[in-house]
Design a protein around this ligand. Structure first.
Ligand code: FEO
Length: 166
């Protein structure tokens, strides 16, 4: 059974959002690198790679369903963050927005009785729980650190230890 036109469009739009996420995280990595926070930069770069992987999951799924793949223009990512705290706040609200979009896609798949797309989206529903949890943890630790530079450097060191982009 072919994807509906509406679903095809919605999946293409989400693929774009995931590519944009990669772009956004890379812009954030560049900022942290320039601010001498190599651990944050490393973590954000891995995050960018992970997002490109998410986008490719949508690409493959559209391909598998014989649907049209449309790559769209990406917006300019944010620049000039006020602080690591400001940056992490933006990360968390971005991930909350992505969760809402995944939920909308799922609601569409339910309304269309599109079972294959529902199954495909299960992975993303679980992933968004992780993404929100992780960004909240880092954000809360940054709040605890406040103006304490040593605490910030400790968080930077911890983030620098991330090994996987999954
Ligand atoms: Fe692909 Fe961070 O959501």
């Amino acid at each position: 059974m072919a994807l509906s036109q509406k679903m095809e469009q919605a999946l293409n739009d989400q693929m774009k959002r995931e590519f944009y996420s990669a772009y956004m995280y890379l812009a954030m990595a560049a900022y942290c690198s320039a601010e001498n926070l190599p651990g944050f930069a490393h973590w954000l770069e891995l995050q960018a790679r992970e997002e490109a992987g998410h986008a490719m999951r949508f690409y493959r799924y559209l391909e598998d369903r014989n649907a049209r793949i449309r790559l769209q223009a990406l917006e300019q990512p944010p620049d000039g963050f006020k602080s690591p705290l400001d940056l992490m706040q933006q990360v968390r609200s971005h991930e909350q927005m992505v969760t809402q979009e995944i939920n909308k896609l799922y609601a569409l798949a339910l309304s269309e009785q599109d079972y294959a797309t529902q199954t495909f989206l299960h992975w993303f529903i679980d992933e968004q729980v992780e993404e929100e949890k992780m960004s909240t943890q880092i954000l809360e630790r940054l709040k605890l650190a406040g103006d304490n530079k040593s605490a910030l450097l400790l968080i930077d060191k911890e983030l620098g230890a991330r090994t996987s982009s999954e």
